[in-house]
Ligand binder design. Structure first.
Ligand SMILES: *Cc1c(COP(=O)(O)O)cnc(C)c1O
Length: 429
């Protein structure tokens, strides 16, 4: 990025290039208005179907897939104006594309954020949301119960660039208070966490973080944009792996970062533009289609998850069931306060450790073994040997991931069939 101030040579080519690069860097991509307005009164379910549509002159019903890497100019002057950002238009799909923009606009409306940028995967979104605002010498405080790759970014990658990272038990407000007693640049957390379904008090942590000067980034994948609104509790940035519930049908990877217009335009946009973790227009289209049915799917999946959690809690071969929507969850009251429902994931500890868990998984007939989640198909995984294998036994113990733990992502199947499959597999334990 040409951020260096050029010496006084006003009007020289070098200074013009630097100014132009800066203007284009921080300029938002054009927000072309389509003919689908978004009256403020629309409910979220309506917005998820019509929000952000850019309809072309062909007046298509479904959103168009602009499968193009670049865009053409009618003259050299127009190209110059596009790069100087004096004429807003699409320039190059690494940083702006109409189909991707429709997905970003729809997500912005859904989250209640000022702006958003989509990325190729959830991890690209997580990394960009932190890397775009941090520099050597900065300090980050994070809850330790994290998705495996988020943990790797915080514990392994950021420290290599001279960023200090402090990982604490996200449930413990005393630990947050202590860690945030020093100036801090950013806070990162996930709630509910994967796979232990631990809850972080969003309001209390955002207040403490802001006093320490930190910007709060929340990975809201497990709660989804419908069940929990981190911005309302004071979070500054929300990130999603859209691969999960937003696609929800196991077809596409994607991610998105949402926040204030100034964060998105001044910090995130230049980072994404020049490092290039761009979402494909094809995947953006699949994610738009996913949003159209998100509420229906989530309603059904949350209801089934609660039912399955209650069923599992009544089984003798299961030691503990973790589900934020169950009264027995140690942080049920907090979960109820900040989430609309308990979510689509249930974790439970089987008697018999790893051997017991493996016997159970291998006996399942309907529920598939897969590390993905939020899918229409019910999926199950053994975190200690898959998603959280890399952590090693000590870190797993700290995060409450035992050898007998199984994580179940409840899908759209008839709950009776899921219960029958779980019951017959439990017989094998
Ligand atoms: C899946 C997931 C990610 C990573 O998303 P990808 O799309 O797989 O890159 C990050 N955080 C959480 C909580 C996740 O579940």
């Amino acid at each position: 990025m040409t951020k260096k101030k050029s010496p006084s040579a006003k009007g020289s080519n070098a200074s013009r290039t630097a100014t132009r690069a800066k203007a284009a860097d921080s300029a938002p991509p054009p927000r072309l208005s389509g003919d689908s307005a978004d009256p403020a009164g629309w409910h979220p379910d309506t917005r998820m179907i019509h929000g952000g549509v850019l309809r072309s002159d062909f007046k298509e019903t479904a959103e168009a897939i602009y499968m193009t890497s670049g865009f053409v100019y009618s003259s050299a002057e127009e190209a110059e104006a596009a790069f100087a950002n004096t004429k807003p238009r699409f320039v190059y799909s690494r940083f702006s594309n109409p189909t991707v923009q429709m997905f970003e606009s729809r997500m912005t409306l859904l989250e209640g954020a000022e702006d958003a940028r989509a990325t190729a995967s959830g991890m690209a979104a997580v990394f960009a949301s932190l890397a775009c605002q941090l520099k050597a010498g900065d300090r980050v405080v994070a809850a330790d119960a994290l998705f495996g790759s988020c943990q790797y970014i915080l514990a392994e990658i950021l420290p290599r660039y001279g960023i200090e990272t402090v990982l604490i038990d996200g449930r413990d407000l005393g630990a947050w208070r202590k860690a945030l007693s020093k100036p801090t640049a950013a806070v990162f957390l996930e709630t509910p966490s994967n796979p232990g379904l631990r809850i972080v008090d969003l309001k209390a942590v955002c207040d403490l973080a802001h006093k320490a000067g930190a910007s709060v980034v929340v990975d809201n994948v497990f709660a989804t944009p419908l069940l929990q609104k981190p911005l309302e509790y004071g979070a500054d940035v929300v990130v999603y792996s859209a691969t999960k519930h937003i696609d929800g049908q196991g077809r596409a990877l994607g991610g998105i970062v949402l926040g204030s217009r100034s964060f998105i335009n001044d910090k995130l946009q230049p980072f994404l533009r020049h490092t290039g973790p761009s979402l494909s227009p094809m995947n953006a289209w699949l994610l738009l289609k996913g949003l159209e049915t998100l509420e229906l799917r989530l309603d059904r999946q949350c209801a089934s998850a609660l039912r399955v959690a209650q069923f599992l809690a009544s089984q003798k071969k299961i030691e503990t069931v973790l589900y934020p929507g169950l009264k027995s969850h140690p942080q049920h009251a907090l979960a109820k306060r900040q989430m609309k429902a308990g979510g689509t994931l249930v974790s439970f500890d089987l008697k018999g450790g790893k051997a017991g868990a493996f016997r159970f998984l291998n006996a399942l007939k309907l529920i598939l073994i897969s590390n993905n989640l939020g899918d229409s198909k019910s999926l199950t995984t053994h975190p200690a040997t898959t998603t959280h294998q890399r952590l090693g036994p000590e870190l797993r113990r700290q995060q409450g991931i035992g050898d007998g733990m199984v994580r179940l992502s409840v899908g759209l199947e008839a709950p009776e069939d899921l219960e029958a499959d779980l019951a017959q597999a439990l017989k094998a334990v």
